[in-house]
Design a protein around this ligand. Structure first.
Ligand SMILES: [Zn+2]
Ligand SMILES: [Zn+2]
Length: 474
């Protein structure tokens, strides 16, 4: 089965689907509201209710999670279950009835593991759950499956053809996991024996079903191998409980793997199961913010720029100082060449970006200059901050233009010496123009004799004098 991906983010698995719009969406586009978890999210395009795809596209493949299945069976429930098997193998009297009860409890427990894992429950069923509720009949249904399988083998052996015998054996081995999965999910003998239903499990997984079978086969053999290796040194009274314990442990690992395979292939199997781990929503404010950003992106990619702008405008009314929302709004206005609106928004956006992320502000200023060649921010600190960010980017002329005549434009600004020192560095270091740099430094010295930056001014002056001598000497 091919995975469906987000229509707008082809690296993200799809988790939602809008039937009328024919658009699959990933979690990237559909944030969830943690404060209203019962709310079904709506399509960003048509506002219709979305269909949930569950984890069908996002589930990690089972063969990448093998260690987790081993860890799963180390929880208290499975360990208690394995210990119980070990103890009973030692102490239980030889009574057919008691053995039937034991097998019935064990089968019920194994199947509850398959069921829990198919729902992506992290917690293994408790030992107590094996003794309560219904499902004790599963053992007899499973027994019927086994008896029929043996009957088939017995018949095949009668034909005196080795090839036929092995073909039937292999076929039964391959069909068994799918039949067990069917029995765990549907709990009816009919489903476990129906070639259609069993075939559906195999078809859903495709050739990866063979990987599952291979892993299960190895796991199935594991307890016998370990027991065999121990058998030379240990007495029977120790060996029996060890074998039973291993049988319980590896059985749970196998069931966890089969259950997870159902979870992974839920889409193809016709189930919708969410992964609780991945279903975390956001607090209401953050949810609204993310939804606006996602919707604006979807609208923009659909060519609905004005709706994208409207979405962001509404979100900015709620949250005027959100940097990301402002950045997107700016980019969209600039991209659409909405000159007046973009310049108007810059009055708000530039001071915000200068405060929170100067490189962003520098980009915005360069955009602004494309719209209006003599654009200047209306605040001295904003000018200084953006100039520093532009100098770092070697946009020297744009940076210096922000600092030009700062003392006349903003006579009350207390950081003129700092800004002019920055400008002097820009002239000297970025442009190699020593004269204007020296003039700026002389200006600071004359106008602001009390400035704490005078030491830096003196140091830079000394450097500039040395450089001037070198160049005139050469
Ligand atoms: Zn997306
Ligand atoms: Zn829709």
């Amino acid at each position: 089965m091919d995975k469906t991906l987000c229509h707008y983010h082809p690296a993200q698995p799809a988790t939602w689907h809008c039937v009328p719009c024919q658009r699959p969406y990933g979690d990237c586009c559909i944030p969830l509201n943690a404060d209203a978890p019962e709310e079904t999210p709506l399509c960003p395009l048509c506002r219709g209710t979305l269909d949930f795809l569950g984890a069908a596209n996002s589930a990690q493949p089972f063969w990448e999670r093998i260690p987790r299945f081993f860890a799963y069976a180390l929880q208290s429930g499975p360990l208690a279950f394995s210990a119980l098997l070990a103890l009973t193998s030692l102490f239980m009297p030889r009574s057919i009835l008691l053995w039937f009860i034991l097998f019935s409890v064990a089968t019920k427990y194994f199947y509850s593991v398959i069921e829990a894992c198919s729902q992506a429950e992290k917690q293994a069923p408790s030992l107590l759950s094996a003794f309560t509720g219904d499902g004790f009949g599963l053992f007899f249904k499973q027994l019927v499956v086994f008896i029929l399988a043996f009957a088939a083998l017995w018949l095949a052996a009668d034909f005196d053809s080795e090839a036929l015998y092995w073909a039937v054996t292999l076929g039964l081995l391959l069909a068994l996991p799918a039949s067990i999965i069917r029995l765990a999910l549907d709990k009816t003998l009919g489903a476990a024996l129906s070639p259609d239903q069993v075939g559906q499990v195999m078809k859903a997984m495709g050739w990866r079903y063979l990987i599952l079978c291979a892993f299960l086969f190895i796991l199935w053999q594991s307890p016998s191998w370990v027991t065999y290796m121990l058998s030379s040194g240990l007495p029977r009274v120790v060996l029996m409980p060890v074998a039973a314990l291993l049988f319980g442990y590896f059985g749970v690992v196998m069931c966890a793997m089969m259950g997870y395979a159902v979870f992974q292939y839920q889409g193809a199997l016709g189930y919708v199961i969410a992964d609780a781990e991945d279903q975390a929503g956001f607090p209401a404010a953050e949810y609204l913010r993310r939804r606006a950003l996602a919707e604006a992106e979807v609208r923009f990619k659909e060519g609905q720029s004005s709706q994208a702008l409207e979405t962001l405008r509404l979100a900015l009314e709620r949250d005027p100082d959100d940097l990301k929302l402002n950045e997107r709004f700016h980019q969209l206005l600039y991209g659409l060449n909405a000159r007046q609106r973009c310049l108007h928004h810059l009055n708000h956006y530039l001071p915000l970006a200068a405060r929170r992320n100067p490189p962003l502000a520098a980009t915005a200023l360069l955009n602004a200059r494309q719209l209006q060649a003599d654009f200047l921010p209306a605040d001295a600190l904003v000018c200084e901050t953006i100039a520093a960010a532009l100098l770092a980017r070697h946009k020297t002329r744009e940076a210096l233009s922000l600092l030009r005549n700062l003392h006349q434009r903003f006579p009350a600004y207390p950081h003129i010496p700092r800004a002019y020192l920055l400008a002097a560095r820009g002239f000297a270091e970025n442009l190699g123009q020593l004269e204007p740099a020296q003039q700026l430094l002389a200006f600071i010295r004359a106008r602001y004799p009390q400035s704490p930056l005078l030491a830096e001014v003196t140091a830079l002056e000394a450097t500039l004098t040395r450089l001037a001598e070198q160049s005139s000497g050469a």
